[in-house]
Design a protein around this ligand. Sequence first.
Ligand SMILES: [Zn+2]
Length: 180
Amino acid sequence: MAKLALETGKSNKILRTESRTVSDFSDPDLRKLIAEMEETLRLTENAAGLAAPQVGKNLRLFVIIPELPAKGARLPDGQESAPGKKAPTVFINAEIVKKSQKELRLDEGCLSLPGLFGIVKRAKWVKVQAQDEFGKKFKLKAEGFLSQLIQHEIDHLNGKLYVDRAEKMFKIEDDEIKEL
Ligand SMILES: [Zn+2]
């Protein structure tokens, strides 16, 4: 399985298109896409999440690295997820159903905008409802980095990029950071 090519650029048409709902969970192409996205994420350095538009598909789907749900995810049974305990890494048709009033200013970057990062305000926690790769619904409360990541990935599905929300943007050039 190969690493998929990434869509890049602030004005990239696919990144700027609102993605459509996934409805056919028996589609073998969906399963293939998920496997390829997971592999691409695994092979990409410093990557925590990947949304389908970033690999050229306008579908409401994103994947996150398996290490993450262990930190800051709370499953509907109220138990905190822990290493070895299965928590979702595939989010299809994800929606934020509730979020904290409290926002945090956080550093944020994106694989589709290499060499840049910004300061973005994000809700401290979010409650998300989504479907897994088989269409089964689940709910999750996410805090910390996972909360930020889920908000970032859902933005991708709506044709938004973090630069739209950033209070400040920085460029990394020759190991130097410059404010834009
Ligand atoms: Zn991104």
